[in-house]
Design a protein around this ligand. Structure first.
Ligand code: FES
Length: 150
């Protein structure tokens, strides 16, 4: 693949109460973040299983960012701490698969931290641009995607 034309695909899992609200605020405040970041809203980052991160990579993401409430502020008490452990575990799995751990990152923001969230998203985009395309993506549709195509 010609990496000079590389446009990283990044999935951002955002918890509903803080990170998604911050992303919303960024939108209404016209704060720009890279357009190739797909935001997926989750009730809480604690609901995100390790499989979700791995699936995002399998389906073509070059980077995944998990954005939750600040520590001590999760609306489900410890969801963001659970997510932190899962992200750390998933990073180990990625390392075993030969992928740089920097491709998966967790950040914590408050609902009012639109600028901070945008900064994290931009940082992630430049990290992934530096790392290049993820080798995990085969370009082949998963079995589930194939079933949908039929
Ligand atoms: Fe935001 Fe749990 S509700 S991380």
């Amino acid at each position: 693949m010609n990496t000079s034309n590389f446009e990283p695909k990044i999935v951002a899992f955002c918890c509903h109460y803080c990170a998604y609200a911050a992303a919303d605020l960024a939108g209404s405040g016209r704060l720009q973040y890279p357009p190739n970041i797909r935001i997926i809203r989750s009730p809480c980052t604690g609901r995100l299983e390790v499989e979700y991160f791995m699936k995002a990579f399998e389906d073509g993401a070059d980077g995944v960012i998990v954005a939750g409430c600040e520590e001590g502020s999760c609306h489900f008490k410890e969801g963001n701490l659970v997510a932190k452990r899962r992200v750390n575990y998933a990073r180990k799995l990625l390392a075993e698969a030969g992928l740089e751990g920097e491709r998966l990152r967790m950040v914590n923001v408050s609902a009012a931290s639109a600028r901070k969230l945008v900064e994290y998203l931009r940082e992630m985009a430049s990290t992934i641009e530096r790392l290049g395309p993820s080798p995990l993506y085969t370009g082949k549709p998963s079995a589930k995607q194939e079933r949908k195509l039929r």
